[in-house]
Design a protein around this ligand. Structure first.
Ligand SMILES: *Cc1c(COP(=O)(O)O)cnc(C)c1O
Length: 235
């Protein structure tokens, strides 16, 4: 049995090796530790091993867990990475630093409304649908572009776009996975060029099974759960 600290160390080593192999700068890829279904104690254990950025996909679970975590830590940042219902935005904005799973214009408008009330700026990533098997994210380039343009025009001053997120299809086919990441990177480059006043440099792509390919294709953040915290127990 290995500890969370040992597994974190191993993952970081693998990320560093993948950066090197891809000709990327050392530590250009951030690690988001996905703690869903694991208790506050596990998050605090990872924190004690130096981890500050965590991902959760359900707002309810994240809020109760991180109210505990925040009491016992400093500098922890929570990212929401799961599909977000409009009626959960208020809680998400209260608890998180970033929402990575922005997938519709109406969600941006609600985030703006809630963030303005709290006088808080919240970072977002636009989630783009690139893999046929996954269901989340903007379904088309036109819809994605409309939301990016909306932010670029200054309509959501409490929302700070930082880049994009995608999930590769769940498949063993490495070329399918790669082409999903390539599609994301090329889309990001195109939108960055069209909207130079936004800083859209973050690319959240890559999970436990596919982060090496993601790093080769330009990922700046990999989202890893199981390889750090162990198998999730669903009940
Ligand atoms: C759960 C989850 C992850 C982490 O998955 P693992 O396979 O446990 O590494 C990454 N991204 C998203 C959006 C997730 O929901």
């Amino acid at each position: 049995m290995s500890t969370i600290e040992e597994r974190l160390y191993n993952i970081k080593k693998q990320i560093n090796e993948a950066e090197k192999k891809a000709g990327r700068k050392e530590n250009s890829v951030k690690l988001l530790a996905v703690s869903k279904f694991h208790p506050a104690e596990a998050v605090i254990e990872a924190y004690n091993a130096g981890q500050l950025e965590f991902g959760e996909n359900r707002v309810q679970e994240a809020c109760s867990k991180f109210s505990e975590v925040y009491k016992n830590t400093t500098g922890v940042r929570l990212h929401i990475i799961g599909q977000l219902q409009t009626n959960k935005v208020k809680k998400a904005v209260e608890t998180a630093s970033m929402i990575e799973s922005v997938d519709r214009l109406s969600l941006i408008q609600e985030i703006e409304k809630q963030a303005a009330k709290l006088n808080k700026t919240i970072q977002i990533l636009f989630e783009f649908h690139t893999g046929e098997e996954s269901k989340s994210g903007y379904e088309s380039y036109e819809l994605l572009r409309e939301s990016v343009a909306y932010c670029a025009e200054g309509n959501a001053p409490h929302v700070e776009p930082k880049g994009f997120m995608t999930m590769a299809p769940f498949t063993e086919d490495k070329e399918k996975i790669r082409s999903s990441f390539v599609q994301m990177r090329e889309t990001a480059e195109k939108l960055q060029k069209e909207f130079p006043d936004l800083s859209l440099s973050e690319l959240s792509m890559g999970m436990s099974g596919d982060f090496e390919i993601a790093i080769q294709e330009g990922s700046t953040e990999v989202r890893i759960g199981t390889a750090i915290f162990g198998e999730r127990i669903y009940n």
